[in-house]
Design a protein around this ligand. Structure first.
Ligand code: E4P
Length: 218
């Protein structure tokens, strides 16, 4: 499973990219608001740091304006993935941009039927929002499983499942078990994945015992 980071904070992206574990980045208008810098400048900077897909979301909601914005964003760098909402106009933009060779991420997906539409529109990625579904009392992970089954039934569909709205380490594990192609994860959750109390305890013991040997490896 590929790891994307869900942030517009370039400092955090640089730090995670240095691990070699980062395959891409997703942003959204709320994350851009938080970053409080010019949108296109942020996307250009991220595309210099990360080779993989970098999602940049359109701001308009009608076909003509979304298409104009999407084309403008796609010009920033070849790895820009234009993010469009799961609406009829968004799907039309997805089809047009995909036919032009631009990667498109269809966002705000909350049902398997929506995911099927996005795939038929040629989306490179579909973003089912796990956490936001969980918030309403519906198991978000079931949606990932359903989309996996549908996409596997039709291998000609070009779309990767990008598990989004991930809130914790368990969401990452469950997404991988369900066969999501990608998970986009907040930086704090990525950092939490390495943690286990028994790892800390075991390492403390090994360090202490090694010191007692009086040896050096160099
Ligand atoms: C995905 O691309 C979205 O930016 C993101 O995962 C939304 O997460 P949230 O529900 O925590 O805002």
């Amino acid at each position: 499973m590929k790891f994307f980071v869900d942030t517009a904070d370039v400092t955090e992206i640089r730090e995670l990219a240095a691990t070699g574990l980062l395959d891409g980045v997703t942003t959204n208008p709320s994350l851009i608001l938080k970053a409080n810098r010019p949108f296109k400048e942020i996307i250009a900077e991220i595309c210099e740091v990360v080779d993989g897909p970098v999602s940049a979301e359109v701001a308009s909601t009608d076909y003509d304006d979304m298409l104009r914005e999407g084309r403008s964003l796609a010009k920033i760098a070849p790895n820009v993935t234009v993010k469009v909402p799961l609406t009829w106009d968004g799907l039309r933009v997805c089809k047009t941009l995909s036919d032009e060779g631009t990667m498109v991420n269809v966002t705000l997906c909350f049902s398997a039927a929506q995911a099927l539409l996005a795939a038929k529109a040629g989306a490179s990625f579909i973003s089912p929002f796990i956490g936001r579904l969980d918030d309403t009392g519906i198991d978000g992970m079931e949606l990932i499983q359903d989309i996996r089954t549908i996409y596997d039934n039709y291998p000609e569909l070009p779309t990767e499942i990008l598990a989004a709205s991930i809130r914790n380490a368990n969401h990452v594990k469950a997404s991988a078990l369900a066969g999501a192609d990608v998970a986009t994860i907040p930086p704090s959750v990525i950092k939490s994945l390495v943690k286990h109390p028994l790892t800390d305890k075991g390492l403390e013991q090994f360090v202490a015992d090694w010191a007692k040997t009086g040896q050096s490896i160099d």
